[in-house]
Design a binder for this molecule. Structure first.
Ligand code: URA
Length: 210
């Protein structure tokens, strides 16, 4: 995977819009076959923080925007708790197509394979080049794999600012969907607050409010 921020071509907002159009026709791996559309990142560029999730889910695949389903609602809650405005941040995913398999009438999420994450790093590299974030937030294991070029344990990497393969300070946290999955109210609240604390850490490190 392409590495350091310094190796990436400089991109402004117009350049990124052209890249997003190219990504709409992406066939770099096979995931485009079953997905409705490419879901590219969104937000201002440059941006002090760049948030990276896993891949679009069912709702995002329909809407064509990242984090608009149940995980997105948790992300919005955590951002609010952290005192951050989503519209001021660049939000994207490591993989831009929804990977799923059918179960009855439902489309069930499948974790992307390493080859799919690597293929999609092409687009993430360009989003990083345009956003030039002070800090990246890696949400969940797939984002960690993409940003560090290797698998890593959230528990081990969390709580301190790490350096990702871009050479940019990176805060590792849980994926918001992990909060959605918690059934017990207190546990869910605690994990939401921990996610918000990680976002606050990222914002402080970036010199943004939060
Ligand atoms: N999960 C993700 O990782 N990204 C989204 O956009 C939605 C759900």
């Amino acid at each position: 995977m392409t590495a350091h921020e310094g190796d990436l071509p400089a991109l402004d907002a117009d350049g990124l819009a052209v890249v997003a159009e190219e990504a709409a026709g992406c066939t770099r791996c096979d995931l485009w076959r079953d997905a409705t559309r490419t879901v590219f990142g969104e937000g201002p560029v440059p941006s002090p923080l760049l948030l990276v999730g896993e891949q679009p889910g069912d709702k995002e695949d329909e809407a064509g925007r990242p984090f608009v389903g149940p995980a997105g609602r948790i992300l919005d809650e955590a951002l609010e708790l952290a005192g951050l405005e989503r519209a001021a941040l660049y939000v994207t995913n490591a993989v831009k197509h929804f990977k799923w398999k059918p179960r009855g009438k439902r489309r069930i999420h499948q974790r992307p394979a390493t080859g799919e994450v690597v293929a999609c790093a092409h687009w993430l590299d360009r989003e990083v080049a345009a956003a030039r974030p002070a800090v990246i937030v890696a949400m969940g294991a797939t984002a960690v794999r993409s940003l560090f070029g290797a698998p890593g344990t959230i528990r081990e990497l969390r709580g301190e600012v790490q350096e990702s393969r871009y050479g940019i300070p990176t805060v590792v946290t849980v994926h918001p969907a992990a909060v959605v999955r918690l059934r017990e109210r207190d546990e869910r609240r605690a994990e939401l607050e921990a996610l918000a604390a990680d976002l606050r850490l990222a914002a402080r490190h970036a010199g943004a409010t939060g």
